[in-house]
Design a protein around this ligand. Structure first.
Ligand code: BEZ
Length: 169
């Protein structure tokens, strides 16, 4: 088993991918996030019921509150291929509040030790469910769910409380 990345450590230099007007793009995460305060949500799968119905959608709804509290960027990463991630982003977030990245090769998951095995659900090796706060490429906060279908410490409301973000009542 690989060693999990810790708070206070720098993100690894591995590429994430996304689609841009039909073109496949890739960039290393250090580069993507080096000058920003970022929330990065890690999800086991696109189009899965918990990720879609209760987890990611709350971050999309609450994105303006996170921005008002000083976050430059909200992003999510999932181990599907970039085309599937792009299709999911169009369904989930037509306003484009979040950035959606593919870790289809699991380079990010393996480099951070944030993978898990869910073969019984036909997800094979996938990302754990986690959320991290990144400041200038360093991990400031990392919350990892013990059970992939749980949304507790990775929930938008939980992270908002930790980060002192004021949410609408
Ligand atoms: C989900 O609904 O998000 C989910 C389902 C099975 C495994 C992991 C995640």
């Amino acid at each position: 088993m690989s060693i999990q990345i810790q708070t206070g450590e720098r993100l690894p230099q591995v590429d994430l991918a996304w689609m841009d007007a039909g073109h496949l793009r890739r960039r290393d995460v250090q580069d993507l996030f080096h000058d920003k305060r970022v929330i990065l949500l890690g999800l086991p799968g696109a189009f899965t019921p918990v990720c879609t119905g209760t987890h990611l959608n709350r971050y999309i709804e609450l994105a303006p509150s996170f921005h008002r509290s000083g976050f430059d960027l909200l992003a999510c990463v999932t181990p599907e291929n970039p085309w599937a991630v792009d299709a999911w982003s169009r369904v989930m977030d037509p306003q484009g509040r979040l950035q959606f990245y593919s870790d289809g090769n699991l380079d990010f998951g393996r480099a951070t030790g944030l993978t898990t095995r869910l073969p019984e659900l036909f997800l094979g090796t996938c990302l754990q469910r986690f959320v991290m706060i990144i400041r200038r490429g360093m991990i400031e906060q990392l919350n990892i769910e013990r059970v992939a279908t749980d949304v507790t410490c990775s929930a938008a409301e939980y992270l908002a409380r930790q980060a002192g973000v004021v949410l609408p009542i």
